[in-house]
Every structure is written in C-alpha cells, then in structure tokens.
Design a protein. Structure first.
Lengths: 484, 99
C-alpha cells in the first residue's frame, strides 16, 4: 500500500482508478493525519461518515470502476452548509448550527463521489486574513507553527499543505482563497463571480463571495472546479457559462505586469516574482508592462462595499430563527442586541458597524455610492488592460506568513486590511484569479504569484498554471514540521 | 470632503442601535479607536474624481435568467425550524411584545 506517496488529488484519483489503493485506506490515512494534526485546521472531523462514504465508494469502484471524484477525500470550509454536519462559520453565533440542507457545492462534490473528511477552520464569518478570529482558536501555518496560515480559508490551506486532505473548498470575498494559498504554499483559484453557486454558502458580501478549489497543484484545481461549477437556479447571480475544459490549450500569450503591484514590494516577494516572469518568458509567453491606475483605491472601496453588504447579510442573525440566543432578556430589542453582542466576535462587530456607518443617512453618498463608482473605475482598468493582454501577473500578498498575534500587537485593524491590497481589485471586478507557489524565503516560507484573467477565462489561467508547475516544483514541497 | 469630524462616541451609540449590537463597556474604547482608523482608511475614496461615473453594484453585466413560474419547493416547517432556539407548535417563541 502506497498511501504515503500520494501527494496530489490527481495521484489519489489515479491510484483509486488503478486499484493501487482503496478509498477506505485513503480515508483512514488522512483521518490518522488529522488526529495527529498540530495546525488546528479542522473545526469538525466526520470520521464515521467518511469511513462509511469510503466503504460505499469502494463498492462502487469494484462495480463500475473509478469515475469523477469517487473515493477522493476532501474537506469543506466551514462556511458551506452541510446537512447533518454542523456549520459554524467559526462563530459562537453558529456553534451548534446544523443546516437542514447541503450547499450546491457540497451536493455536487457529494454526487461526484468525494469523501467528506470534515469542516475546516476560518476567520469568523470569513472576515480576516489570518484565521486568528475563529471562535475555535487560530489555525497555525504548517511551514512554521508560530505563524498564521493566512485567511480567511486558512484551515483549508493549512490542511492541504499539511497533507491532511488532498483538496478542499474555500471561499474568496477579497482574497480568502488566494491569500492563505500563498501563505501555505498551495494552489488556489477564485473563479469568476457567478461560476460557482453561492446557494448554501453563508453570505458575507453577496456581490463578491465566490467559492473556489484549493489543492496542491493546478491540475488538481481543474478537477475540483469542474465538479463545483455550473449554473444553479437557486442562486440568482449564478451565470450561464461554458464549462471548464478537461485540459488547457498551450499557446503563446501576452502577460501584463502592472507596475502598481510592484512599487515598494518587499524584496523577498519581488525576487521570486521576477524569476516566475522569466519562467513564463521561457515557456514562450510575452510579458508587457501595463497600468492599472486605480489600484491604490481598491482596499478602501472593498472595505466599504464588503462591510456594507456584511452589515445587511448578518442582520439575519437575530437569536430567533437560528443561532445563538441570549438568555434572561425581557424585550425583543434586548434579545436582538444581546444575542448578537454575545454571538459575534470583535472583528465581525467592527465590520457590521463600518457597513452600517457607510450606509447611514448622510454618509451613504460619500462612502457607499462613491465606493461603487470607484469599483467601476477599477473594473474598467482591467477591461482596458484585457484589450491588450491575455492575463495579468502580480504578487498575491505584500509579505510572507507573519507571526501569530502580531496583528493584535499592532493595535490597528487596517494593517491587516492592507494584506488584501493585491487580491481585492480582482474581487471587486468579478475576475478569476489563480494563486500558486513560486518560491520561498530562506526561512523557508512560501511565496505566491497571482494570475488574473478576463471574466470566465479560467481555462487560460489554469493552462498557464499547469505549464508553470511542469517547469517548477514549488507546489510539491512539503512543510518540514509535518513531513510524513 | 472629509466626514471624519462627524465621528464621535455619540455616533458609536447610534451605530450600535442601528446595528442591533450590544457592546460590553470594556470593548468600547477599542472599537471606537478602531472605527476611527477604518474611517481614515475609507476616507481615501474622497480623493477619486468620479464625476460622470455610474455606481457599479454587481461585477457582471448579465441579466438574471428566469425560471418557469412553477412551485418546486415543499414547505417543511418542522425541518427548517429544527435549528431555532425556541419553538412551540410551529411558532418561534420571543419575549412578550404586547402587554
């Protein structure tokens, strides 16, 4: 039995198809690793259910052979509703919440035969860039247990990097798939807004939220995406689309390099990015300097739009229909205020208050309308650029993984908000963006690169990423602390 | 245009009321200071000339596909109320509203 040597989701699927390993063996292997985990990647582990699903998968494979994701273990970020398994959003508010239905993404991956190992940790309600605001405690970066895994899908990223699961789902509102993927040295994709259904995904900012795959390699992302995407009549913003192909075309492209993303960039990030640009040139692609002039305004525009939408979406947590309820109160208003005050953590409260401020009488035009206008300018920058280039190459994060607790010591929440400077422009514009490892510091800590594509240009991004990963092996490196 | 000067401790009370949020006294000074910093950050938007630019609410310019006007969902009240903190006879229980 060769489970130890199976590093990628593609390898797991191929080993199942070749009957070199059983789904039960794969599930037991990963459950053992989760039991010994020191990163705190999981909120809930579904041991019995995973073993039962794996047994059923083995029976189906014996009958008809492996197909789809049959027998492949996965994990879901704990923001996707799962019938019969609690969905907490890493919040006290939903500590005991069990959804009465599956999210569309969950149902689709289940139908494809994937085995659910459990639900992964995250920043509370997906608000954060460090996975430190979880009610269940912080997740640690497998490359250095004293550092953060990035966020908000930090549990999924750390779990994949630590070999606890070959693939996981994440969600990305302002960078929450791409940022932790970069910090943990794995691959992650934020699809075009509308490609992956938001039905059953607990809403943070509805015009930005998008589910995406996280795995070791881009080839793995392609497999997961093909089982996650598709129009869904239960999500009114789901888009009709051409499905992602099973393989990408390898043709010479023009890759834009926007100067705004490289000004004052930390040399530890800039050097691997320059090397990556040389790799793309060696692969036959042309690189061209471009301008995205409104980039500097993306962070303030994002924090207005996302907080405004969050303050509205989170109004549903009222202590009446589901979630935490304060005890011993004697009026409706006290029930609302105390249930929400007790149930939400401080970062969630900050965002609700910021959003309420931006939407309140007298400030609506100055903040919310202005942010929406700036949003159009940012999207137009990209549309203009894509008239000249096929994809855009940028860093994912302004620094590598930072020590746990350092943002709290800083005492300024906006320091952490600026972590999102390179990821929020594509989010505001609804564009697909890929985050893949392209180097490491001497420590070593992973460094990621981002490829942004035009709307529904996932095939092109995945093909670029796959070609890059045929030339490099950053995506196959294993954190020393968790080596098998 | 600067809106910063309008932000005060009294404004926090109003925001908490509008947000239906209780904030323990110990958390108040920290949250007030944080909000000032966040408002400083978002005030940068005032520097952008957006005259003649229409607001963008949604990143895709697509129209919503409409489904057939047929009932497709079943009412499953008990199942959907199974996560509610307090229910009796299919009704949500709340503190007394009318005397």
């Amino acid at each position: 039995m060769v489970v130890e040597g199976i590093a990628t989701l593609t390898a797991a699927r191929d080993a199942l198809a070749a009957k070199a390993v059983s789904a039960a063996e794969l599930a037991r292997h990963h459950l053992r690793r989760i039991a010994a985990d020191r990163t705190g990647s999981f909120i809930t582990v579904c041991e019995e259910r995973a073993l039962a699903e794996a047994k059923a998968a083995d029976a189906a494979i014996a009958e008809d052979g492996q197909r789809g994701l049959l027998g492949v273990p996965i994990a879901h970020k704990d923001v996707f509703c799962t019938e019969g398994v609690r969905t907490t959003c890493a919040s006290k508010m939903l500590e005991d919440f069990v959804a009465p239905y599956d999210a569309t993404v969950v149902a689709k991956l289940k139908a494809a035969g994937a085995v659910l190992l459990g639900k992964t940790n995250m920043d509370e309600f997906a608000m954060g860039s460090s996975t430190e605001t979880s009610h269940f405690g912080a997740t640690r970066n497998p490359w250095d247990l004293g550092r953060v895994p990035g966020g908000s899908s930090g549990g999924s990223a750390a779990a994949v990097a630590a070999g606890l699961t070959p693939g996981a789902t994440g969600t990305d509102t302002g960078g929450s798939v791409r940022h932790p993927a970069a910090f943990c040295g794995i691959s992650g994709l934020k699809p075009t807004y509308g490609r992956v259904s938001r039905f059953g995904l607990v809403a943070f900012a509805s015009s930005l939220d998008q589910g995406g795959p996280m795995a070791r390699s881009v080839a793995d992302l392609r497999i997961l995406l093909r089982h996650m995407e598709g129009h869904d009549s239960r999500d009114s913003t789901s888009a009709p689309m051409r499905p992602t192909g099973s393989s990408g075309a390898d043709k010479p492209l023009t890759i834009g390099v926007p100067s705004e993303y490289f000004e004052d960039l930390d040399s530890g990030i800039a050097a691997p990015l320059e090397e990556a640009a040389r790799t793309f040139a060696r692969l036959g692609h042309r690189l061209r300097a471009i301008a995205l002039p409104h980039t500097a305004f993306a962070v303030p525009a994002y924090y207005v739009v996302a907080s405004a939408e969050a303050s509205t979406n989170l109004a549903r947590f009222d202590g009446v229909r589901y979630g935490h309820r304060a005890q011993g109160v004697d009026s409706m208003e006290a029930l609302y205020r105390q249930s929400r005050g007790e149930g939400f953590g401080v970062e969630v409260k900050r965002r609700i208050l910021t959003g309420t401020y931006a939407l309140s009488v007298g400030y609506y035009d100055a903040y919310y309308r202005q942010a929406q206008r700036v949003r159009r300018l940012i999207r137009q920058d990209f549309l203009d650029a894509f008239a000249e280039v096929d994809a855009i190459l940028t860093p994912v994060t302004p620094c590598v993984a930072f020590p746990l607790g350092s943002s709290e010591v800083e005492g300024d929440p906006t320091t952490l908000y600026k972590q999102d400077a390179f990821t929020v422009p594509a989010s505001l514009s609804g564009l697909p963006a890929l985050s893949i490892p392209c180097g490491a510091t001497r420590h070593p800590l992973p460094v990621g690169l981002q490829l942004i594509g035009p709307h529904f240009g996932e095939d092109r991004l995945l093909a670029l990423g796959e070609a890059f990963q045929r030339e490099t092996d950053w995506h196959l490196r294993t954190p020393p602390a968790v080596a098998t | 245009m600067s809106t910063r000067s309008a932000f005060s401790a009294a404004a926090v009370d109003k925001l908490l009321r509008l947000s239906a949020l209780e904030l323990p006294d110990a958390e108040r000074p920290g949250v007030e200071a944080d909000l000032r910093k966040i408002i400083d950050l978002i005030d940068a938007l005032q520097a952008v000339d957006t005259s003649g630019v229409a607001p963008l609410a949604h990143p895709l310019a697509a129209s919503q596909p409409l489904r057939a006007d047929e009932a497709t969902e079943r009412v499953e009240r008990d199942r959907y109320q199974s996560g509610a903190p307090a229910v009796r006879d299919g009704l949500y229980l709340v503190p007394r509203v009318l005397e």
